[in-house]
Ligand binder design. Structure first.
Ligand SMILES: Cc1cc2nc3c(=O)[nH]c(=O)nc-3n(C[C@H](O)[C@H](O)[C@H](O)COP(=O)(O)O)c2cc1C
Length: 233
């Protein structure tokens, strides 16, 4: 079964990133059915911050050389470590099981929301995505689609281009995990209609949203190879 892991991280009721990831998921399900679909709402169901036991266990795994997660139970030295691993492993397993990972990401203070960062820290346990035999990434064949929503505009040539710590961070993160099939879709100027100083950007905002909708439908239906970065104003 083809599988999709859908993550959302916006706390907003009128979230634009959620609207776009839902459109992706609907398009994907109409093609592949619901059997392989998994949803996780990181804003509503928050992943805890990593604690001391996570650090201790992670350091022990690194010191031993990376070991398969299934063998990790033998390395536990406390109940706190076992509890931490019981939180971490299901998150890792969801990513490993997914052919496609879809991530909805609001821009918060030029970067990603804390709820998504908490998930990233928890799921990126040492060796979790590395094949212990050949020391290569287990995510080389995984497709990752990141859908961002921003109140402003950060595309090439805009005054705030250098303020974008959201896409560069996520690109570095997923590439670092070994993901090769990585796509970004941006809806920009999402606050134009509600922010007096940005009101004159409403046409660009509408254009950005329409282009983002087209891009997620294209990516979800794989009708054609999509460009790496689409729709940035
Ligand atoms: C806590 C918070 C911080 C934000 N920081 C920024 C920011 O730094 N730059 C920006 O362009 N928009 C910022 N915004 C606006 C959001 O990026 C915008 O509302 C976007 O649509 C959020 O995605 P969502 O609609 O899926 O929630 C911020 C919004 C919130 C709630």
């Amino acid at each position: 079964v083809t599988s999709l892991l859908h993550l959302d991280s916006s706390p907003a009721r009128d979230s634009v990133s959620r609207q776009l990831t839902a459109l992706f998921a609907d398009t994907w399900r109409s093609r592949h059915g619901s059997a392989g679909y998994t949803y996780r709402d990181l804003a509503a169901d928050q992943v805890p911050l990593v604690g001391p036991a996570y650090c201790t266990l992670g350091q022990r795994v690194i010191a031993r050389g990376l070991i398969p997660p299934a063998e990790l139970a033998a390395l536990m030295e406390s109940d706190a470590e076992a509890r931490e691993w019981a939180l971490t492993w299901p998150l890792i397993d969801e990513v490993l099981a997914a052919d496609t990972v879809l991530v909805g990401v609001p821009m918060h203070n030029f970067s990603i929301p804390a709820s998504l960062k908490a998930w990233i820290d928890q799921v990126t346990f040492p060796g979790a995505f590395t094949d212990p035999d050949i020391h290569d990434s287990l995510l080389r064949g995984t497709k990752v689609v990141v859908v961002t929503a921003r109140g402003g505009a950060y595309g090439p040539g805009t005054p705030r281009e250098a303020y974008d710590f959201q896409m560069p961070y996520l690109r570095t993160y997923f590439s670092g995990l070994g993901v090769q099939d990585l796509h970004f879709v941006h809806a920009e100027l999402t606050r134009a209609a509600h922010t007096p100083g940005l009101a004159h950007f409403q046409p660009q905002a509408a254009h950005s949203l329409a282009a983002a909708r087209d891009a997620v439908i294209t990516l979800a239906s794989r009708l054609q190879a999509a460009p790496d970065v689409v729709n940035q104003i």
